[in-house]
Write a protein that binds this ligand. Sequence first.
Ligand code: CTP
Ligand code: MG
Length: 224
Amino acid sequence: MVVAAGSGSRLGAGLPKAFVPLAGVPLLGHALREVLSCAAVAQVVLVVPDTHRAQAEELTDGVCRELGSGATVTVVPGGAERGDSVAAGLRVLGDDIDIVLVHDAARCLTPVEVFDRVVDAVTAGAVAVVPGTAVVDTIKQVDGEGYVVGTPARSGLRAVQTPQGFRRDVLERAHAVSSDATDDAGLVERLGERVLVVEGDPRALKVTTRSDLETATRLLTETP
Ligand code: CTP
Ligand code: MG
């Protein structure tokens, strides 16, 4: 599932972020190319703003034609928060789906290798898997007034990305309790289930601001 229903207020492009062009192709188009290149993907659920369903369908048809993909693509309207959009996507999953990957359209350059790593780890038995990278900055934990209350050892920290992969029953159980979290692994952690981190990729950066869009443009033009 690709969640693409956000407004992109921090990017401020005047249109939903997933539809903002990057080197002439909407972010969602880049994301779809990688998702549809993953051999394990049987169904793609695209969660988009209600106003952009037709545009999402048109974009999908184009990418499917380009890649010769016969995957089932289902387009549904999202909710107020990211978690609500994931919940909306879960409701239209086909009966035959056992493993669910949740991906942010905003991480549009995440290479297919990351999808493969996540799928492989879930197939091998992990109930929840997230891609992550080592943290380069020292991270401080602060209180409400900005005072430092702790410095976690950097070696034990990971910056996590998407796609996050789950056994379907576990993700559904997590969302049945609450959809309120910035990532789905967080919901699964609350169930007491173990979440495995596999290697992420710098290209999986999240496009949030103008400067991220510039970084992504550079990555795209540098990649052979
Ligand atoms: N998302 C979504 N539904 C929402 C909010 C977010 O599907 N109600 C998706 C976004 O489209 C994005 C991903 O979740 O692919 C991560 O969210 P974020 O980067 O915060 O995107 P936006 O919410 O669009 O941006 P902003 O917070 O700046 O408005
Ligand atoms: Mg947001």
